[in-house]
Design a protein around this ligand. Sequence first.
Ligand code: GLN
Length: 313
Amino acid sequence: MSSSASLQSIVDEIVAAMAAETERGKVATYIPGLACVSPAHFGMAVITADGALAAGGDATMPFSIQSVSKVFALTMALGKVGDQLWQRVGREPSGNAFNSIVQLEVEHGIPRNPFINAGALVVADVNLSGHMPRESIGELIRFIRFLADDETIVVDDAVARGEAETGYRNIALANYMRAFGNIHNAVELVLGCYFHQCAIAMSCVQLARAGRFLMLDGRQPEGGCVISPRRARRINALMLTCGHYDASGDFAFRIGIPGKSGVGGGILAVVPGKASIAVWSPGLNESGNSHLGTLALERLAQATGWSVFSARA
Ligand code: GLN
């Protein structure tokens, strides 16, 4: 990619194209706090390795990051228990929906990967151990604020409460894994932490800022080391292979960069050495990933040549 001015014009073009799209996907309705968000929204923020920001549309409007939080929770859990985590969570794409229970029985309560709900519940359990729930969620929020260098990031308590009241599948998943001994803390406390982490509200700009360490081999742009280069590489690999649930293969095929989606319509995408990108549009495709967000990333990858599979990138 050349200058930041041309990157801004690419973003402007994508924002205009997305505004004109009539097929916008379906907003998630199973979480009460998400059902009322308008599918008309679209935002995009791109931060390059040299620190330039190109943003457009609703890039500064906070939205529910939902499963994008799984990236930050995983990073925190790896910091606590390191590779021991992999005794309790796998590293393979599931090929199933994000909230599926089907593999858990034959695989003895070990979720396929940390980015499906079952895996994220185990990660939340790891982060909770030795803490009160309030401390655990506080630690995650502080970590995200540090990464984004933004103290204004908060949890939307109404979204968390709504999900706690309706999250029967997650309640089932947590109880089922507890029966296999793969949840160590009280199930309702783990679920409380998980629902609160999903209810963190961030804008595209904040999210792209929080993802910078993943494009910089684990370093913050100002210089501090968040995680080792090897760990950053591995998290990016998991985002590429598992970040879009049963549509992860299609995302890799169409976009070719690591990404993590959430049912709030956000996607964090990372081009190692090049860019940290966040897009948001609340309408989802049938796999529960942002319809326009995916389309916008596809256009951005085409326009910039960014891809982990390309010599041109
Ligand atoms: N909080 C949501 C759930 O557990 C997160 C799912 C998602 O974003 N894919 O159902």
